[in-house]
Design a binder for this molecule. Structure first.
Ligand SMILES: O=c1ccn([C@@H]2O[C@H](COP(=O)(O)O)[C@@H](O)[C@H]2O)c(=O)[nH]1
Length: 309
């Protein structure tokens, strides 16, 4: 199968997957990739500690060896590759040049690229982020990005509109995997009247916005949520017709059983993201590839009949 991203999209074709020949939405491409390759998202995070474990120096040469070895090993196998931008940015412009190569190599090997940048700002600046990461004309263009809604969900509109135009996706932070997240994400939102409680949690408001954006889209919407595999119990409604990025799987303690319990009938749309727990199998490319295969098999066993969970 091909996961190649079209250059532009009309809104109808982009949102529905469209008739034959029409641009294919990110949601439709992800839906096909999950069925074809499985639900493991391979994180390519060149931590200083991992560079040392691989016998590489903590400099841009070591970064390049690490990242290119990892992406060449896993991108023919994983449905989605997720580089975390921070690990490249710490080496300045030469590190970002390595990130550009990682993105291009992954896409050439047929993986979708979810660039983990967690961007969010006032609307006019959000447009610049959208131009940097979602416009196919940009050297850093990815299939999808992560975004932070904490300047208000509406501040992400330029990213949402660019994603629609370019058949890309946006994954918005909802219930993150880190233990500090609940102080913001479980807080009660206020409605249009200043100070008037609206009853929902901040995470619930984010999920409701995503539900509205994805309403009626087949086979899957393009606007996803980030919901950690470590969140424990939640009363939030996680069925919003869009994909879920579930980090925290592996090194942070999340298990296949956690995914099954948290997502239940929505488990088919979950991308279980693992970085350190995968990359510790390197630098042997065969071991890295086998780890992706095993991870996909474990997820298939745990999540295939998620509707019955
Ligand atoms: O809630 C979140 C959102 C994003 N992340 C990112 O996922 C990976 C996790 O790495 P592991 O090595 O598998 O723990 C990393 O890039 C984070 O920035 C997250 O952990 N939690």
């Amino acid at each position: 199968m091909t996961t190649t991203r079209p250059q532009t999209g009309d809104e109808t074709g982009a949102q529905t997957g469209g008739p034959a020949g029409a641009p294919t939405s990110f949601g439709a491409r992800l839906h096909a990739a999950l069925a074809d390759r499985g639900q493991l998202c391979a994180g390519i995070d060149p931590h200083a500690g991992l560079l040392a474990e691989w016998g590489l120096p903590d400099d841009v040469g070591g970064l390049e060896r690490f990242a290119m070895t990892a992406v060449e090993a896993v991108a023919g196998e994983a449905s989605v590759v997720k580089p975390q931008s921070a690990f490249y940015e710490r080496f300045g412009s030469r590190g970002v040049a390595v990130l550009e190569r990682v993105v291009a190599t992954a896409r050439e090997a047929g993986a979708l690229v979810l660039l983990d940048v967690k961007r969010g700002d006032i609307g006019s600046t959000s447009q610049a982020y959208a131009d940097a990461y979602l416009d196919p004309a940009s050297p850093l263009a990815a299939d999808a990005i992560t975004a932070s809604p904490y300047l208000g969900f509406g501040s992400l509109d330029p990213m949402i509109e660019s994603a629609r135009r370019h058949c890309a996706g946006v994954f918005v932070l909802a219930l993150t995997s880190n233990k500090e997240g609940p102080e913001v994400q479980h807080a009660r939102a206020v409605g249009p009247e200043p100070g008037a409680p609206d009853g929902r949690s901040v995470a619930g408001v984010v999920l409701d916005h995503l539900r509205a954006l994805n309403a009626g889209v087949q086979p899957l919407g393009s606007f996803g949520a980030v919901v950690g595999a470590t969140i424990g119990e939640t009363t939030e409604d996680l069925a919003f017709n869009g994909p879920v990025l579930a980090p925290g799987y592996g090194a942070q303690g999340g298990t296949p059983a956690d995914l099954r319990r948290i997502f239940g009938a929505s488990a088919h749309a979950v991308l279980a993201s693992t970085s350190r727990d995968l990359l510790r199998h390197g630098p042997d490319p065969v071991a890295l590839r086998d780890a992706v295969r095993r991870g996909n098999d474990e997820l298939a066993d745990a999540l295939a009949d998620g509707a019955d969970a």
